[in-house]
Ligand binder design. Structure first.
Ligand code: NAD
Length: 495
């Protein structure tokens, strides 16, 4: 069946879609296969979800191709595509409490964060691209004399596969769907098997917003089956992916081995934060706490390596400890909660292994380091600070994707820079200093797609986001994010 009932805190018993969304209608998987999605705060099973097969991927691609040729793409004025995105954003505003409650239940994030951050920022992203849709133009390039010239046009790439992770299910959906639809592409969306519920709810809203059949199909399923079928499909023109480096590599290979579809990858990170002696220590601690404990550390740009200059090391460590012990850990349905469980048992065990490994390699646990004792089931780990770490330790080198800070001291600016850059990742970095010259030098020299100065984790839909080195390929957000769903054509004219 395509719909089922579930108890959602703050909403009561509600019916939610659990099927595949193709041709603007719900259907079960062609094979009848399902998988189950779990409440991470309790470990209890929530709902059985249709598991899309490769035949289902074929059906969605056919529907998308037809829409691209007839009712979307170049057949619809960019301003109309923008208007459709704005109508969808209006419907998300209308349903924001419902979306936030389900997002919180399925991902474990506090309901207030889900509403005020995830839902609100997703709406913001839709509205940004709604406005940008008809403001992205080509160039005119003079040739020799006045008779000959070249103009460029940006045309939508076509049918795009979009594969997203579980840490920000709604926001990653918005980052993918909004620029693609604004550019005129049709999408096949595969949400994470861990958090499919809100992406499915958005299908009905997209239909209500008047987005034509075939423009946005949604295929829940596992990575190795549904995801792989999307990555290898011969009639998908581009794949946009957010997730781990390991999966990003597999998707690149699948794209190369099939039709050389274009690839955008947003991958992991091990982002450094540097706190210099001249920094405002209390403010630096506030931002660092947000940088690592927001979303329980399950953030691709989590500031997980923190380097503090000798003069303020002890003061900073004490300030950070205070914040760790006041993160607001609690049940996601409680409005006061700002720190929830990790997404799964696998993730919880992985994070605990990094903490144990850090201790064995000589790290000092300043606070946390344990599973949360007050929880009744679920996948909880306390906010954790590992101090006095060395750069060779596994907890400093590898992405943990959990609420764990690796804290160490440095002496000189050149040392901080070298250590910050000595990683295969390059997603983000931050510098806390009141010396503007120093901030400028560091911003120029850091190998990272995003640099924050005296702040952390702020994202703006107009600012490009993506990775240097193995943190990714291409950029999302801003005009760069729209351009990534277009291909440019140079037309040479001779009058
Ligand atoms: P993951 O790579 O396991 O899964 C991400 C998505 O890929 C899921 O939808 C999954 O089903 C799918 N997938 C898995 N194997 C696949 C395959 N072989 N072919 C096609 N699709 C496949 O990652 P995750 O565990 O869900 O997310 C955590 C990781 O994502 C972290 O490493 C984190 O840094 C990264 N991440 C990065 C960003 C960013 O913007 N750079 C944002 C969020 C998360």
């Amino acid at each position: 069946s395509t719909h089922a009932e579930v108890d959602v805190p703050t909403l009561g018993r509600v019916e939610l879609p659990v099927g595949l969304f193709i041709d603007n209608t719900w259907r079960p998987a062609s094979t009848g296969s399902t998988f189950s999605t779990v409440n991470p705060a309790t470990g209890e099973s929530l709902l059985s979800i249709a598991h899309a097969s490769s035949e289902d991927v074929d059906a969605a691609v056919k529907s998308a191709r037809l829409a691209f040729k007839t009712t979307w793409g170049n057949n619809v004025h960019a301003a109309e595509r923008g208007a459709a995105l704005n109508r969808l954003a209006d419907l998300m505003e209308r349903d924001k409490d419902r979306l936030a409650a389900v997002e919180s239940l399925n991902s474990g994030k506090g309901i207030r964060m889900a509403r005020d951050s995830d839902v609100a920022d997703s709406i913001g992203c839709l509205r940004y691209y709604a406005g940008l849709a008809d403001k992205f133009h080509g160039q005119t390039i003079p040739h020799y004399g006045t008779e000959k010239f070249v103009y460029t046009v940006h045309q939508p790439i076509g049918v795009c596969g979009q594969i997203i992770p579980w840490n920000y299910p709604l926001l990653m959906w918005a980052w993918k769907v909004a620029p693609a639809l604004a550019a005129g592409c049709c999408v096949i969306m595969k949400p994470s098997e861990l958090t499919p519920l809100t992406a499915l709810m958005l299908c009905d809203l997209a239909k209500e917003a008047g987005i034509p059949s075939g423009v946005m199909s949604t295929l829940p399923g596992l990575g190795s089956t549904t995801g792989d079928a999307i990555a290898r499909h011969m009639d998908i023109d581009k794949i946009a992916f957010t997730g781990s480096v390991v999966t990003g590599r597999k998707i690149s290979v699948a794209a190369a081995e099939s039709n050389l579809k274009k690839v955008t990858l947003e991958l992991g990170g091990k982002s450094p934060i540097m706190v210099f002696d001249s920094a405002h220590v209390e403010k630096a601690a506030d931002w660092t706490a947000m940088g690592i404990w927001f979303n329980s550390g399950q953030d691709c740009c989590a500031g997980s390596r923190v380097y503090v200059q000798d003069g303020v090391y002890e003061e900073f460590a004490a300030a950070l400890k205070k914040r760790a012990e006041a993160t607001g850990i609690g049940m996601p349905s409680d409005d006061k909660t700002s720190f929830g469980p990790l997404i799964s048992e696998v993730q919880r065990d992985k994070v605990m292994t990094y903490i144990e490994g850090g201790k064995e390699q000589g790290a000092r646990v300043v606070t946390g380091g344990k599973r949360w004792a007050k929880s009744d089931g679920g996948f909880w780990v306390e906010p954790t600070i590992l101090a006095d770490v060395h750069d060779e330790m596994t907890c400093v080198k590898e992405e943990i994707f959990g609420p764990v800070i690796a804290l160490s001291r440095f002496t000189s600016e050149s040392e901080a820079l070298e250590r910050a850059n000595s990683t295969t990742y390059g997603l983000a970095a931050a510098v806390f200093t009141r010396d503007t010259q120093q901030a400028m030098r560091m911003s120029a020299a850091l190998d990272a797609g995003t640099v924050w100065v005296n702040q952390y984790a702020l994202i703006h839909p107009g600012a490009p986001f993506g990775g240097f080195k193995q943190s990714g390929v291409g950029r999302e957000l801003g005009t760069y994010g729209l351009e990534a769903y277009t291909q440019v054509k140079a037309v040479h004219h001779n009058l």
